[in-house]
Design a protein around this ligand. Sequence first.
Ligand SMILES: [Zn+2]
Length: 812
Amino acid sequence: MKNLLLLIVLLFSVVQYAQNKLYRAEEEKVNNLVHTKLKVEFNFEKSQLNGEAWITLTPHFYPTNKVVLDAKSFSIHEVMVNSTKGNFNYSDDELTIELDKTYEKGEEYTIYVKYTANPEEVKQKGGKAIQDAKGLYFIDPKEEDPTKPTQVWTQGETESSSCWFPTIDSPNQKTSQEIYMTVPDKFVTLSNGTLKSKTNNNNGTRTDYWKMDQKHAPYLFFIGAGDFSIVKDSWNGIDVEYYVEKEYESVAKEIFGNTPEMMTYFSNITGIKYPWDKFSQIVVRDYVSGAMENTTAVVHGEGAQQKKGQLIDNNEWEGTIAHELFHHWFGDLVTSESWSNLTVNESFATYSVYLWFAHKYGKDKADAHMYDDVQTYLQSQSEDKDLVRFYYKDKELMFDPVSYHKGNAILHMLRDYLGDEAFFQGLNTYLKEHMYGTAEVHDLRLALEKISGKDLNWFFNQWYFGNGHIKLNVTYDYNTINKTVTVNINQREKSFKFPLSIDIYEESNKISHEVWVDDNQNSFTFSYYRLPKLIIIDAKHVLLAEISDKKTLENYIYQYKNATHYLDRRIAIEEISEHQQTSKEAFNTITKALKDPYYELRVLALEKIDLFQKYNKKEAIYKIENLAKNDNSTLVKAAALNVLGKLVDPIYKSLFERGMLSESYAMVGSSLISLYQIDKSGALNKMSNLDNDIKENLAESITTIYISEKDKTKLPFIARHVLKGMFLTQNNRTQQLYSEAFKWIAESDNKEAITNLTDDFVQLGLRYKRFNFDKMAVNMLNQMVGTQRLSSNSNKDELILILKTGMAKLLE
Ligand SMILES: [Zn+2]
C-alpha cells in the first residue's frame, strides 16, 4: 500500500502516541486456507454484495472439529460443511462452524456460505462507523452524481477482505482463488489472475470468471467493475493492462508505459522472473489510500490519471507504479507474517523507487528521492518507534514513515554495507526460501547472513529492533607541524555502530577513508600533504544520520565545485545562496549552479538566485533567459520564466505569451504569473480563455492572481482547492497561499465557497478518520463559525447553519 496522506499523518499522528501495551503476535494458525471459490453479484440499490463462497481448509497441525471464519457485517443465509447442512454461530463478525467430524492435518474440508455483505454497516470494535475499512466500495451506485462514474472496487489491506467474503483474514494465510462476478453488461471487470470466460446471462448482466492458481494472502484479493477503457500492453508473453477512465485512454501509456521495463528490471535484480500470470493496474475514484498491490490487480487513486500537460513536466505517479509492482515480490510472493513485521513488505516497496530511478534516470534522481524520504522520516517525530513493532495501538498505524521512509533508508545502508552482489543474492535467497509463503525480519537476516557469511545481529538489533537514528557532532583538530588532521566524531544521543566514509580534499585531490564508529566518542587522525580544503563526513551519503559540522562559505563553494554527490551539491547551493548579498563568489557559484547537470538542482538554483543585489548579473540573466527558452526540462523552463517575471521587465512579454501556449502546465502557470506582473489585463484575459481542465491544474497560479486581484466572485473556485493546498502538499509556499485563501473564505459571505469548503472538510474528514482528520475538520469548521459570528455579513446565520450541518455530519 502506498499512503499519500503523509502530511495528515505527520500533523495528527502525535495524538495517537498513547500505545496500547498489547503484544501483537503472529496470528495462531489453527486451520489453513487452501482454496477460495466465490460467486458474487452486486446490489447497487442497497450497496450490498450477494455471495456464495466455497472455502476449502485443512487443520494446520493439531486435529480440530471447528473452524472460525472472519465475516464482517454479513447476513448469513446458509452454511454447509462438505455439502451437508452445518451448525454455526455468527456473532462479533466471526462465523464459528462445527465440522462434521474431527479433521487431521492435511485432510481437507469445504465450507459453503451463502451470504449478503453489507459494507455500509461495517463497524469498528467500539461501534463507531469507519469509512475507510468497508472493504467494498460503491461509487455513485445509483448514478445520481453526474460528475462521477459508477464503480465498485475493494480494498483488503489490512483486514477488510472479510467485509465481502468469509475467510481467515490474516496475512499469514494463503489461498488460491476463483471468482465468478456478475455485473451489468456495460461494465468491465478486474480481479486477480486470469479472465477465463465471460458468459452473457441474457438479462442485461454478464458473469466473468477469474481464476488464480497461485496462492496469496486474503488481503490481496481484489474485485472491481465499472466503465473503464482497457489499454493493452505486454511483457514476456503475459498481458499487461491499464484500466483508466475513457478520457485518459490516450495518455495511459504515458502514465503506465514504463511498467514492462520495470518488470524486466525487478526480475533481474531479484533473480526471480515476475512470478504471476498477468499484471493489471486500475485507477478508481475516491480511493481510500494512495495505491494498493492486490496481486496482479493493482489499484491506484485518481491522482495517477494525469493530463498530458502534467506528464510533460513529470509523471508524478511513476514511483508509486514501481512501489506497487515491487510488492509482487516483497509482499505478494513473500508476505509479512504479521503487521508487526510490515517492513518486509513496505520498506522494500519503498526502496524499489530508489532502485528504479537510479537504473532508469541516474543516481541524482534516486538520491534526490532518498533525501526527500529521509526528511519525511526526520520530520515525523517517530524516533521512539522500532521498525519492527510488537506493540501498537492500531495496525493501521504501522503504515507510517518508519515502515516506509526509514525502512527504505535502512535497506540502503544495508546494501552499502554488504555490497550489491551479496545484498541482491541475499534477497534472492530470502524470496526463494519463502515463495508463496510468509516471512519475518529474522528470515531476511538469516538469508543475508547465509550469502554474505557475515553476522548481522548487530545491524538488525540496532536498526530493526531498535529506534532512533545516528546523530553526530563533528569537529576537526589540525596539527600543522605534523601535517595531520584529527576528525572527532561525537554521538549526541544513542550510541550507534557503523562504518563511516570520510573524504579529504586537498586542492584538486581527494582521498577517501573508511573507518568504524563504535562508541560515543571516536577520533581518527589522517595525515595530509597540503592543508585540506574540505572534509566530507559520510561522503557516500548512505547513513541515516543527522550530522552537524561547521563549514565556512569557502568550504561550501569548494564543495559545490568539487564534490559530486547530489547532496553535496544541494546542501552547498542552499548554504551559499544565503550569502549572495555579501559575497560575489557566492552569487557566481549560484550562477554556475544554473547549469547543474541535474534538473532539480537547476530548479533549486533558479529558486535561490538573488538578482536584486549589487553585483553584475548580466551573465546570470543571460543564462536564465537561455534556460527559459532551451532547457530540456519544462520544469526548469518554468522556474526560469518565474525568475524573469520577478524582474518586471516588459521586454519579456512575448516570451511569457509564448510560454502560455506551451503544452506544459508548469510553463503555462509560471508564464501566467510572470505576465501578470507586467500586463495585468492581458494576463487576466488570457487566463479567462484557458480551458477548465488547465485551470483546475493551475489552481495555485490562478489562486495567486485571484487573491491579488481581490476577486471575490472567484471564491468558489478557490474553495475547492483549499484543503488540498493546506494539507496534502509539503510545499510551504502552497500551504501559505491556501492558508490565506482559507482565511479569506472564512470571513466572506460567499455561500457557494463556504459550502464547497464545508463539503470538502466533511468528505476528507470522514475518509481519513484514522488520522483524526475528522477532529481537525470539526475544529476548523468551528473556527469558521466563530469568524462568521463576529462578522457583519448579512447572511451569516445561513452560513453558520451550513458550517454546523457539516460539523454534525463529522460528529455522527
Ligand atoms: Zn506499499
